[in-house]
Design a binder for this molecule. Structure first.
Ligand code: NA7
Length: 560
């Protein structure tokens, strides 16, 4: 049957064992693992290249907030020994070059179809297979579908009146043009003050004639202290990789190897505590939050760290009124992902930079010539939306997924995502999610969490093959218990106190549910391993009889 005949008859014209959605770090490693186990795999990727979030987020200053020696694959020792990261925090072009290197090194491209969106995935209960429709009009079928769609991949463009009237250029940090944007001589407005804004604002300010930053919520940020990596620093990691990676996987809450805190904030006298914060501020990076073991749990402890950062902002920013606006006051530090910056606060000392507090002066509308907020017009040549993502569920929701009895996943998740271990959702057999809601995901070093999920799924598929099982599905009960556990653990922390994208609070109408699992990657890994060791406890495997397998295979053969 030709592809066009298949399209017109809606009969799948390509049969795979596994269809993977997305060729970011998750999709790439999954393809490598599964192909190595003899599965026929097809990856569909909507971008024209690999790298996922690092393919799209090309804004000035984009870099990872996890150190490059740790934000890298660990599955291949040759790879981690041979790839030379140039800086403490890798810039986006280097991470993208790394992703391309991995694709070439492991010959991944031949099984990735670029420029192709997965639009629908429907489970056929008779054949026990998924029928997948892609943006090129093709229909494919696979026993398994894996959503490697990423947690921060569905950029959110807020609906601000008048945007269509604007005569200048509009950008979104997560859909940055592939050619460098030159703001020289321009009046630029940046909407948002999350990580993307905080990384890009200092660089845009250096180029633009005038930069206006429209801030709705002030964010906590600590200095990155980024610097070139020396050969000795790289070698130190390489020599110790087995131990560092093991600790990161098994002992750290967030999958980043560091010295874990052993004390609470009030176990130290005030001056010792301040010295500790000062030392971490000078060293830079996310480990600021590892100063004490109760910063994410007790408000009073958290206040000591928040006060320290607020005092630093007041020290750096010369205009006390601007400093006051930049000092976050409505959420505990760390309850929104803490930002890591280079000269962010100091940028507000520049003569060409202005901060607009949208709480006092909300956006009225975008006009032909700029933006009006609090009744005042700000003339602009370009507007940069640094407004974030419909996180964790946004990219899944864009695919029309139907499981058993034709039930839509978007209907099932209308009140918030429900999964068992973040890996599967009941009623949707053979559909896996990589770093899905209900797993540590965005609270962790994503690459390590990706590797853990991919390995678990790959092992699970092999176990199914050995048992002759055709189908695996999360049980409703296991899912209910897991969702209750995820909520319970989150409720014991300060995280739900912030209106964060972890909570879905940045998207109007999105249910407020704390989506990631906050129990820590070590604990989570242990739970996943135990579930597998107990014969995939909480999952139901079926279709194991030879007759059933034979029938399903014949049905598939007839369909093609
Ligand atoms: P974030 O962290 O979600 O930041 C988005 C920013 O945009 C944040 O300051 C928002 O303010 C602001 N925003 C969103 N909508 C609006 C509207 N309508 N008006 C004004 N301001 C708005 O996204 P990022 O891309 O910076 O970072 C995402 C993650 O990527 C980050 O955590 C790292 O893990 C990497 P709000 O706080 O909602 O008031």
């Amino acid at each position: 049957m030709t592809a066009s005949e298949a399209r017109s008859s809606n009969v799948p014209h390509q049969q795979y064992d596994v269809i993977v959605v997305g060729a970011g770090f998750a999709g790439m490693y999954l393809l490598h693992r599964l192909r190595g186990q003899g599965y026929k795999v097809r990856v569909f990727e909507q971008g024209s290249g690999v790298g996922g979030t690092w393919y799209w987020n090309r804004y000035p200053g984009a870099r990872c907030d996890v150190e490059s020696m740790q934000y890298s694959y660990s599955f291949s020792d040759e790879l981690q020994q041979q790839w030379d990261w140039s800086e403490r925090y890798a810039p986006q072009p280097e991470i993208l070059a790394y992703a391309n290197h991995v694709a070439d090194r492991f010959d991944l491209r031949r099984d990735i179809q670029f420029d192709t969106r997965v639009e629908a995935a429907v489970f056929d209960e008779r054949a026990q297979r998924w029928t997948v429709t892609t943006s090129d009009g093709a229909v494919s079928s696979a026993q398994f579908v894996v959503l490697a769609t990423g947690c921060l991949s569905n950029a959110r463009m807020p609906d601000i009146a008048g945007a269509a009237d604007f005569k200048g250029a509009i950008y979104h940090t997560a859909h940055w043009p592939h050619q460098a944007v030159d703001f020289t001589g321009q009046r630029v407005g940046v909407i948002g003050t999350g990580s993307s804004a905080i990384q890009s604002i200092p660089l845009i300010a250096e180029q633009a004639a005038r930069l206006t930053v429209f801030q709705r919520t002030a964010n906590f940020s600590v200095p990155a202290r980024n610097a070139p990596l020396t050969a000795e620093e790289r070698q130190w990691f390489r020599d110790n990789y087995p131990e560092f990676r093991r600790k990161a996987r098994e002992e750290m809450r967030n999958g980043i190897f560091t010295e874990p805190p052993v004390k609470g904030a009030f176990d130290d006298p005030d001056e010792v505590r301040l010295r500790n914060y000062e030392g971490r501020w000078t060293r830079g990076g996310l480990t600021f939050m590892a100063a004490y073991n109760n910063l994410g749990l007790e408000k009073a402890a958290n206040d000591t760290a928040a006060d320290f950062i607020r005092s630093k902002i007041a020290e750096i920013v010369k205009d006390p009124e601007v400093a006051r606006k930049l000092q976050p006051s409505d959420h505990p530090v760390g309850s929104k992902r803490i930002c890591v910056d280079t000269d962010y606060y100091a940028t507000f000392n520049r003569d060409n930079v202005e901060l607009v507090d949208l709480r006092a002066d909300p956006i009225d509308r975008i006009t032909a010539d700029g933006l009006r907020a609090g009744g005042r017009d700000y003339p602009l040549d370009a507007i940069v939306f640094a407004t974030g993502f419909d996180a964790m569920t946004g990219s899944v929701a864009k695919i029309a997924i139907k499981g058993r009895a034709g039930r839509a996943l978007n209907d099932k998740w209308a009140e918030g995502p429900r999964t068992y271990l973040g890996l599967m959702t009941a009623g949707f057999p053979n559909l896996f999610i990589i770093t899905g809601p209900g797993s540590p995901s965005v609270l962790s070093n994503m690459i390590l969490s990706i590797e853990q999920h991919v390995d678990w799924i790959a092992d699970c598929l092999v176990a199914m093959r050995q048992r002759g099982a055709l189908c695996i599905e999360a049980s409703k009960r296991a899912e209910d218990d897991w969702v209750a556990h995820v909520n319970e653990v989150a409720a014991g922390t300060l995280y739900p106190q912030a209106n964060s994208w972890y909570m879905g609070a940045n998207v109007p109408g999105k249910p407020r549910v704390f989506m990631p699992y906050i129990g820590g990657v070590g604990v989570y890994r242990q739970i996943c391993n135990e579930v597998a060791a107990k014969g995939y406890e909480g999952f139901v495997m079926s279709g194991g009889s030879t007759a059933e397998r034979h029938a399903a295979t014949s049905e598939r053969a007839a369909a093609s």
